[in-house]
Write a protein that binds this ligand. Structure first.
Ligand code: ZN
Ligand code: FE
Length: 276
């Protein structure tokens, strides 16, 4: 048996000795959101990220005999926070989220910002500022898992509702600089649509074509395509590849003029995707 857990490759009987790192898993909610669930080492509790809905989250943790022990929030959008009031009624617990959006998330019990390091019962969590989709958007890094909300998606990125292309590109670059084996646990199952667009930008990207077949097979079996990895995203995601001649040429052709900066390339393909 070969299994990959927490960045370690585990063979046969060595599995139980060497693989003690926790694994997050996805709870599907609403149309295409995932709530990421992180079981604590005590085997009796779990934390969740971006609970846009309460009932499926409660059912999930209760079925496993866990107590909901904490909530992490990446940004204020209702599909990421809508379940919090009902969850707190069922199980009062800390709610940790972006200081810059505290006025829009009245259930926060702890405000955090980029650079903060949190020592939580589930481990040490780093907070990363990633403005763009919203201005106060943050991401959480726990072990080699990146909970990045609506900033980086598999094959794509969030829409620019509040930030500028420059801000979003800087945020994505901050994430892309993390190690290649970092798991990308984003909040939406947008992968197939994103990969269709990515293939329009880079029709000759063989890694992208191969992964698209794999992702399609996963969805055909009703399985999530997530988490992705940063290594994969750097190879297939056009929004992390604005430094590549192929992406720059596609953006230039679309714009019908030369584009002087990576931010201009990024803005062009983000605008193209909005209409794709
Ligand atoms: Zn959002
Ligand atoms: Fe969302």
């Amino acid at each position: 048996m070969i299994s990959v857990t927490g960045g370690a490759i585990c063979l046969g009987s060595a599995f139980f000795m060497s693989c003690t790192m926790t694994h997050a898993h996805a709870i599907p909610i609403l149309q295409d959101n995932y709530v990421w669930c992180w079981p604590a080492a005590d085997g009796a509790s779990a934390w969740v990220v971006d609970p846009g809905e309460a009932a499926p989250v409660l059912a999930h943790v209760q079925a496993r005999g866990w107590q909901l022990a904490g909530i992490l929030v990446t940004h204020w959008h209702p599909d990421h926070i809508g379940g919090i009031p009902a969850l707190l009624e069922a199980a009062p617990c800390p709610v940790i989220g972006p200081a810059a959006e505290a006025d829009r998330i009245p259930t926060l019990t702890q405000e955090v910002r980029g650079g903060d390091v949190l020592d939580l019962p589930i481990g040490r969590v780093r907070v990363i500022d990633v403005p763009g989709h919203t201005l106060g958007h943050i991401a959480f890094l726990l072990d080699d898992w990146l909970f990045c909300g609506d900033t980086l998606f598999c094959g794509g990125c969030g829409r620019l509702f509040e930030g500028t292309p420059e801000e979003m590109l800087a945020s994505l670059t901050r994430l892309a600089d993390l190690p290649a084996d970092t798991r990308v646990a984003c909040t939406h199952e947008y992968t197939l649509a994103n990969l269709s667009f990515a293939a329009a930008v880079e029709p000759n990207n063989a890694t992208l074509r191969a992964f698209r077949d794999h992702a399609q097979a996963l969805r055909d079996q009703g399985k999530p395509t997530l988490p992705s990895t940063l290594g994969r995203e750097r190879a297939i995601n056009p929004f992390l590849r604005t430094d590549q001649p192929s992406v720059q040429a596609a953006a230039r052709a679309r714009a019908g003029r030369s584009l002087a900066t990576q931010a201009q390339v990024f803005a062009e393909i983000r605008g193209w995707k909005d209409q794709f």
